[in-house]
Design a protein around this ligand. Structure first.
Ligand code: PGA
Length: 253
């Protein structure tokens, strides 16, 4: 049985007070209403991590970070290391989000280094892949995803990647209100699982949670999560409202 995960990527949103209020509402709703073993991961901006983490007193509500630097430590003004995140209480770290790829030029070689540093610090990477609108229209999405998966993960062994989570996030669906259809998403998730099987073996591929991201909301989550290879969601906009985020978690049947 694969772990079911709903991760809320707050991106660059929420003041300190707003972040604490959101986190405590989610924890309270979770305690009162969620009777499944779905894992919620709250992923606030770095500066809120410690304070949000202190509010997460439920075993199924975990803390994650949005990025980390590839080096262990050193003269990198303004950057945050994986070990710092871990010591601040984070269990997960998003790596390779399309906004990092697009606005900060991150690509597979760098992301492989970040994954290595994150794993060494005991963080579970949530490695994001996904094609742009043009790539899908040109029918190149499978090639793009294959090179993103292979380019960052092929330097690792299955043993090293045993805490890996993958998120499939079509760029054209992020923050746009457009969602991949459950069938489109399932098709890509099965493709990713097959790539993992070819490289790392069947038992490994069956254990890696693959999350879907891109305009997930309380209305479309249930159908997406009903698909065989979709193990949860990486949620942006709808994770900023506690009720919506909890309703998405409750969409697992
Ligand atoms: P969205 O963002 O849910 O607002 O589309 C998803 C993401 O970028 O992780």
């Amino acid at each position: 049985m694969r772990k079911k995960i709903v991760a809320g990527n707050w991106k660059m949103n929420k003041s300190f007070e707003e972040g604490l209020a959101l986190a405590s509402e989610i924890v309270n709703f979770y305690k009162d209403e969620v009777h499944s073993d779905v894992e919620a991961v709250l992923i606030p901006p770095f500066i809120h991590l410690v304070s949000v983490g202190r509010l997460l007193d439920h075993p199924h509500v975990q803390l994650g970070a949005q990025n980390c630097h590839q080096e262990v430590s050193g003269a990198y003004t303004g950057e945050v290391s994986a070990a710092m995140l871990s010591s601040a209480g984070a269990q997960y770290v998003i790596l390779g989000h399309s906004e990092r790829r697009q606005y900060f030029g991150e690509e597979e070689g760098l992301l492989a280094k970040k994954i290595r540093t994150a794993l060494a610090a005991g963080l579970k990477p949530i490695y994001c892949v996904g094609e742009t609108k043009e790539e899908r229209e040109d029918n190149r999405h499978f090639d793009v995803i294959e090179s993103q998966v292979e380019g960052a993960l092929s330097v690792f062994s299955a043993e090293e990647l045993k805490t890996l989570v993958i998120a499939y996030e079509p760029v054209w669906a992020i923050g746009t209100g457009l969602t991949a259809s459950p069938e489109q998403a399932q098709e890509v998730h099965a493709f990713i699982r097959n790539l993992l099987e070819k490289r790392f073996g069947a038992s490994f591929s069956q254990l890696v949670p693959i999350l879907y991201g891109g305009s997930v909301n309380p209305t479309n989550a249930a159908e997406l999560f009903s698909k065989r290879d979709i193990d949860g969601g990486l949620v942006g906009g709808a994770s900023l409202k506690s009720r919506d985020f909890i309703n998405i978690i409750q969409s697992f049947v």
